[in-house]
Design a protein around this ligand. Sequence first.
Ligand SMILES: Cc1ncc(COP(=O)(O)O)c(C=O)c1O
Length: 308
Amino acid sequence: MALEQRDGVVFIDGERRLPERAVVSVYDRGFLYGDSVFEVIRTYGGRPFGLEEHVARLHRSAGKLAIALPWSEASLVDELARQVREAAFTESYVRVVVTRGAGPLGLDPDLADRPSRITLIHALTLPPTSVYRDGVALLVASAARATDGTAAEGAKASNYLANLLALREAKARGAYEPLFVETTSAGVRLALEGGSSNVFALFGALLVTPPERRILSGVTRRYVIEAAPAAGLRVETADLPIERLLTADEVFITSTIREIVPVVRILDGERATTIGAGVPGPAVRRVHRAFRAHVGAGGPGGASMPWE
Ligand SMILES: Cc1ncc(COP(=O)(O)O)c(C=O)c1O
């Protein structure tokens, strides 16, 4: 998904700016240190989906980074809803960034005390149909994230350097998304989440997804958990060793923009494992339909599903 700058609608601290004039200070700590948090939200039927939930997560993320937000959740929700209406795209991609703000050079977070908020709104574009129709490959990532083991673990902190390098590595191997792991003291690798997604694995009628301990608590993940019974599945939040994941009947990843993407191959070092029959299985289709029904969304393009 490549979103052209010139096609965006941008607000900085609530003020609308022309995209080509939308600039933040070079002393902003988001730029200098990745000292910021963000959310990605999409609309269904023109209305931001799960807006309160995203704003609550933004506040929780800021809390983990000890960025004190001077705006209430309710005022941010109102502002974002207004901005999306003003941008007036049929369906929108919305990225909200909150930085600790600008201050004198120096690592000390106390050097800045005026957080800044930036909203970027674009027309929503979705992955190609082939991603849903054929499924994708994951590459088990070799590196950890910058926030792993820190107070910011599980926050949607803007420092995605490890994620983007892992994505680069995945693409170089022909995979679509990296899969981060945690290695236990016993040397067992547990699946955590994708580079920008959560992961689910199906065993019979049981859907397993890793616990929230070290992952981003995905909004899509939560709705999939709620919708799964309507697809005839039980859900368990449990550790998911890579060796078990590789034996799953079906695997899929979830994220706000992409919703639910079937995984048909997992690359782990030199080993490539085909999941199920190597094509998207029936359960991922059922879950995706149940998810759409649960969120009350026909989705862009009406009632058709993205693989159709
Ligand atoms: C690391 C990570 N995990 C999970 C997700 C999925 O979260 P959501 O469903 O709220 O988009 C994302 C989304 O960008 C992410 O970056």
